[in-house]
Design a protein around this ligand. Structure first.
Ligand SMILES: N[C@@H](CCC(=O)N[C@@H](CS)C(=O)NCC(=O)O)C(=O)O
Length: 253
């Protein structure tokens, strides 16, 4: 579990966003053959809106973290798109490359067949304002690069955007510029809601509804996030604080 401070501030962050990025009740009708690639800053309010959509659309993405001062993926983003601005989406399935969070969300909705959440007008302005406030609450986390060693292969993280236990893990992955396959594990029905220990006891619901929830349940016998897989070391683990400690020990320089 994350520390009390992290849990409180991360819960406040997600509350400010109305817990968007939790449910995948209406997933995309199509799945990309090859993973989408997102050049992303965890603390960026615009990147958050895209990651929320990825959870709600039930789409995975290879995250290429681009924290302030980072050297690993920022130059590549500029090479491809012409400037260092985040979020930046690359879809290897269609060859499309896009800046602008609203355009990215609209593109994902159209291409992978799912109605877009409000990306215009008052709803958009409200989304940006609350996402800015959410980032302010976790200010100093998931924004600036820390020296690190690059892994040979991307890590994998089972996650959903609003999870207070996952936020500190994604922040550290970003700070250390560690690429990872974001396996979105959004909730597929109301009985998936609530912390696993309570939910599974009261509702007898292991929550193996959406693609990655099934995958996680088959692999571990539980549906709990964060769950990290590091193919470079063979390590697989639950628990936010332990994962952050593992990332520091293994990759921080
Ligand atoms: N209107 C853009 C705004 C994107 C934006 O301002 N991103 C900031 C990060 S929050 C950025 O790229 N900053 C450049 C940098 O960090 O070097 C969108 O919605 O995607």
């Amino acid at each position: 579990m994350a520390t009390a401070f992290d849990l409180t501030t991360s819960s406040l962050t997600s509350s400010l966003r109305g817990w968007r990025g939790t449910a995948a009740f209406h997933p995309a009708q199509r799945q990309p053959k090859n993973p989408l690639e997102l050049y992303d800053i965890e603390a960026c309010p615009f990147c958050r809106l895209v990651r929320e959509a990825l959870t709600e659309f039930d789409l995975d993405a290879l995250i290429r973290p681009c924290p302030v001062g980072g050297q690993r993926y920022r130059p590549r983003c500029e090479e491809l798109g012409g400037r260092q601005q985040f979020p930046f989406l690359v879809d290897p399935n269609t060859g499309r490359q896009l800046y602008e969070s609203a355009d990215i969300i609209d593109y994902l909705a159209t291409t992978y067949q799912r109605p877009a959440p409000g990306t215009h007008g008052l709803r958009r302005r409200l989304a940006v304002a609350t996402s800015l406030a959410a980032s302010a609450v976790r200010y100093g986390h998931g924004r600036k690069a820390r020296p690190s060693r690059a892994p040979d292969q991307p890590l994998e993280l089972f996650s959903f955007e609003s999870s207070p236990n996952v936020i500190p893990v994604r922040e550290r992955l970003c700070e250390l510029e560690l690429p990872y396959l974001l396996r979105n594990t959004g909730k597929g029905r109301w009985t998936d809601m609530g912390p696993p220990a309570v939910r599974d006891r009261l509702l007898h619901a292991p929550g193996a509804t959406t693609r990655n929830r099934k995958l996680l349940f088959e692999r571990t016998g539980r549906v709990q996030v964060p769950y990290l897989i590091d193919p470079n070391t063979g390590v697989e683990m639950f628990e936010s604080t332990a994962i952050v400690a593992y990332l520091d020990k293994t990759y921080a320089a």
